[in-house]
Design a protein around this ligand. Structure first.
Ligand code: GDP
Length: 535
């Protein structure tokens, strides 16, 4: 192995790429900020927060995001810590954008799930967890807000196990006295880490590490609290599951960490242990077999497209996960789906949301490519012949359908362009009736909020106002059988045949009874509820 290949491999092996998932308000922004603080990417914590307040600078188009206080789009941040190069993928907390989360998770190698110590497993945690499960990636849990009163840690562990159906293994255990959070007991090192003060979490907190038996802790906690702590630790060792790294890697066991993102207590311990346990970039499936990240050729796929992040440029950014090899600015690659060679100029990397031009990047990294309208979600870019395609990204079945009309038919061109671009971004799915040449089209979305986003963005970015007529359909099935004849199929009265944007026939239904009836009436008809983005 030459020096260059050795360096490339070394770079790839030190990469860690993960997504943070949580119910809104559990502390995702705060923890992200603190990880950046420990990584030295920001000096004083608070910068991400203040950026959150002025996020319009990044996504001006998303007034809705500000109005509703939810994060609609995901962004990417890179920083260094202890020799590792870390990529954090942020995910939207709102359930109506779970599709976006799924695509983001396609680019991650593990997930960090934040749980509010007082609230436990919340609605959105469950949904996002399910999506992680589908990917089969390792899931790490950070139980946050220990500085406040909350629930019993044993009870939280049990809730994670029963509600989410995953085994749990606490890596550390909270040390509390009265209402205050003093530190953590590290089960592997068998020592206690005691934190002191800190200026409200604005900078790295000092801590002291000593054996739990050290008299200093007995004095500090008092006899009763100290004995209870020792008892808890013994109980965990005796009654708890054994740690099993294989299960962690398969997403069957989640390591749990306790801490407070706000005061920084436990943040560094979490970061260090997480980095040790999580994996370097994982291989990805392609039509020629698995692509190993350490291959000597560059490859990657587009998992997300975001429009107009900078309102003065009206540009689109295609987010690419690099899957193998090394990327260098200006390199020529095959755009496999489009069947042509392109040069990757102006690639961008994201450091705490400030975009900067990237000269080189490695497998595991996420970079943003300037997109003049040539990329689609699921596209493969690769350096090598023979060319190959990465596995497609599954499409979620829409659960809401609406017919959209333009108010002013002179704006038809902009309307079509807007709909096309939003559909390429994966914000909406477009359907049509075969013979329809009307001024309208049918749009399907997974979350109802996406329709509001559609209306807002068409108006603000494309200057077209629309009327939305909600349709009663709730279920979609793609037709998987050959020789489908819409004239011959025996439907129920409330069922409709449509075509998706790749001209695949679909059936839309108002209730499950209709699905069953249509299946019974047409024995040769094969229906599926998933499709995938790949061409
Ligand atoms: P997100 O919606 O998940 O991004 O949550 P944020 O990071 O914005 O946090 C939501 C609220 O919880 C904010 O007011 C934070 O200051 C607060 N918060 C975050 N972490 C902690 C913590 O460890 N302790 C306490 N007491 N509050 C926290």
């Amino acid at each position: 192995m030459g020096l260059v290949e050795y360096d490339i491999k070394k770079e790839i092996r030190r990469r860690r790429t993960f997504a943070i998932i949580s119910h809104p308000d559990a502390g995702k922004t705060t923890l992200t900020e603190k990880l950046l603080l420990y990584g030295g990417a920001i000096r004083l914590a608070g910068s991400v927060k203040s950026r959150k307040a002025q996020r319009y600078a990044v996504s001006d188009w998303m007034e809705i995001e500000k109005q509703r206080g939810i994060s609609v789009t995901s962004s990417v941040m890179q920083f260094e810590y202890g020799g590792y190069c870390i990529n954090i993928l942020d995910t939207p907390g709102h359930q109506d954008f779970s599709e976006d989360t799924y695509r983001t998770l396609m680019a991650a190698d593990s997930a960090v799930m934040i749980i509010d110590h007082a609230k436990g497993v919340e609605e959105q945690t469950k949904k996002l967890f399910k999506v992680c499960r589908m990917r089969g990636i390792p899931i790490f849990t950070f139980i946050n807000k220990l500085d406040r009163e909350g629930r019993d840690p044993f009870e939280l562990m049990e809730e994670i196990e029963t509600v989410l159906g995953i085994q749990s293994y606490p890596m550390n255990w909270p040390v509390r006295l009265g209402g205050s959070f003093l530190g953590i007991y590290d089960r592997k090192m068998m020592h206690m880490e005691l934190f002191s003060g800190g200026n409200h979490g604005q900078s790295i907190v000092p801590s002291m590490k000593k054996s739990v038996e050290d008299p200093i802790f007995r004095d500090l906690l008092g006899e009763e609290a100290h004995s209870k702590l020792i008892e808890d630790i013994n109980l965990l060792d005796m009654a708890g599951d054994e740690f099993d790294m294989n299960k962690v890697l398969k997403g069957e066991m989640t390591p749990i960490f306790f801490g407070s993102a706000m005061t920084n207590f436990g943040v560094e311990n979490f970061l260090q242990e997480f980095l040790k346990m999580s994996t370097p970039p994982l291989p990805r499936k392609a039509d020629i077999g698995e692509i190993d990240p350490e291959n000597d050729f560059f490859s990657g796929f587009i998992f997300k497209i975001q429009a107009n992040m900078n309102p003065t440029h009206r540009d689109r950014i295609a987010f690419m996960r690099i899957c193998s090899g090394k990327f260098t600015k200006g390199m020529s690659v095959n755009h496999v789906q489009a069947g042509k060679q392109i040069r990757l100029t102006q690639p961008q990397q994201f450091l705490a949301q400030d975009r900067e031009i990237v000269e080189e990047a490695y497998a595991g990294d996420i970079i943003g490519l300037f997109d003049p309208g040539i990329f689609k979600i699921g596209d493969t870019l690769c350096e090598k012949n023979p060319q190959f395609k990465f596995e497609g990204i599954p499409i979620f079945a829409p659960e809401h359908f609406a017919r959209v009309y333009i108010k002013n038919s002179l704006k038809r061109k902009q309307f079509i362009k807007g709909i096309e671009q939003l559909s390429e971004e994966g914000a909406i799915q477009v359907f049509h009736e075969k013979d329809s040449i009307a001024q309208d089209m049918i749009v399907g979305v997974v979350g109802i909020l996406q329709l509001e986003v559609l209306e807002y963005r068409l108006k603000n970015e494309y200057g077209t106002e629309i009327n939305i007529e909600h349709l009663p359909y709730k279920y979609i099935r793609w037709v998987a059988s050959e020789n489908f004849n819409p004239e011959k199929v025996r439907l129920t009265l409330d069922t409709k045949v449509l075509w998706d944007d790749r001209n695949n026939p679909v059936l839309v239904f108002q209730n499950e009874w209709s699905i069953r009836t249509v299946e019974e009436r047409n024995k040769e008809l094969i229906l599926t509820d998933i499709s995938s983005i790949s061409s």
